[in-house]
Design a binder for this molecule. Structure first.
Ligand SMILES: Cc1cc2nc3c(=O)[nH]c(=O)nc-3n(C[C@H](O)[C@H](O)[C@H](O)COP(=O)(O)O)c2cc1C
Length: 312
């Protein structure tokens, strides 16, 4: 793994952008603890994003990044903030950031779009991206169809820029597996929800601790915005509505601002409890420092065992 050399971080780890959740303080904590911290733009207005950038800058002198959500209603203005604030690192989610890459690169920003397919990875390489983050369907939040196992492997073969693996990574073994597939680093989302520093409601954290890998489900495959969440009353109602042939508007009424309801109000029945299949790996709430250290230690031990043929 050598992502740390590209990002100037201690560890080859990126914190996934997480809408409504990853604020300036959280991103700064992640960066101060050796990974690349990211401020999410999803769910925030331009003024709120500005505020979070200022907070992050005041709390760390380490590099940090902005996750630019392509579906954001003010994506154009967010793309300008990257230049205005000289943001060192950008990831993008839910779309094709091709038209912004030149502007960001001219600013000296390192750009890693998140891609769900090989075709988009190839387009991003042609558009000048520094690397791509291949996010498999195991991930929490909005997901594509392909698994991390298939996607990372085929993108690593198809492009000549660094490839980062995301989706389903929670410990040293899965990190090593990502490397074996061709990744130079990993992006983590779900496992970081179980950190002390993560600014989600305590009910959300309790729910994650109690959840198994089989507790999560993708809803919204029919309406084109598939999202992996922990099953609850909202997902049950959603599926019932889908089966009854409800319109997109009716379905959206259920999910609109539902992540915010879970994150801020701790509503575990009507909220959208986004989490990935590795949710079962959250068994207690730990400090970020411990999460990263244990992950890296386990990765190093597993790598030695693998090299020595000692993995019985
Ligand atoms: C609660 C939650 C919210 C997320 N929101 C975003 C987002 O706003 N933008 C984005 O690019 N990815 C988002 N993601 C995906 C993460 O950035 C990351 O790629 C993913 O969580 C990695 O897979 P994992 O959950 O298996 O670790 C979100 C994930 C979670 C769990």
């Amino acid at each position: 793994m050598h992502l740390e050399k590209i990002l100037h971080t201690k560890y080859p780890i990126i914190q996934g952008g997480m809408a409504w959740i990853a604020d300036g303080a959280f991103a700064a904590s992640v960066s101060n603890n050796g990974a690349m911290g990211l401020i999410a733009t999803g769910g925030r207005t331009i003024d709120e994003i500005r505020k979070e950038i200022e907070i992050c800058k005041s709390l760390t002198d380490k590099p940090f990044g902005l996750n630019v959500l392509m579906l954001h209603w003010e994506v154009e203005a967010i793309s300008d903030l990257v230049v205005e604030y000289n943001i060192p690192f950008v990831t993008t989610g839910a779309g094709n950031p091709g038209k912004y890459i030149k502007k960001w690169k001219e600013n000296g920003t390192v750009v890693f779009p998140v891609v769900p397919t090989k075709a988009l990875a190839i387009r991003m390489e042609r558009a000048g991206a520094d690397g791509v983050i291949c996010e498999g369907t195991e991930a929490g939040g909005h997901v594509g169809e392909l698994t991390t196992m298939v996607l990372v492997n085929e993108v690593a073969e198809a492009v000549n820029i660094p490839v980062v693996a995301a989706g389903g990574i929670c410990n040293g073994r899965s990190m090593l597996a990502a490397e074996a597939l061709g990744a130079c680093g990993v992006q983590l989302g779900t496992i970081l929800l179980g950190s002390e520093e993560c600014p989600i409601h305590p009910n959300y954290k309790d729910k994650l601790i109690k959840s198994k890998s089989t507790s999560v489900k993708v809803i919204g495959r029919i309406n084109g915005l598939p999202t992996r969440v922990v099953k609850n009353q909202m997902t049950k109602d959603y599926i019932d509505l889908e089966k009854s042939g409800a319109s997109l508007d009716e379905l959206e009424k259920l999910t609109h601002a539902a992540l915010g309801r879970a994150v801020r109000e701790g509503d575990m029945e009507r909220g959208s409890i986004m989490a990935g299949q590795v949710v079962e790996a959250i068994t207690e709430i730990r400090p970020l420092a411990q999460i990263f250290q244990e992950l890296m230690e386990e990765y190093n031990v597993e790598k030695i065992k693998l090299c020595q043929g000692d993995r019985s």
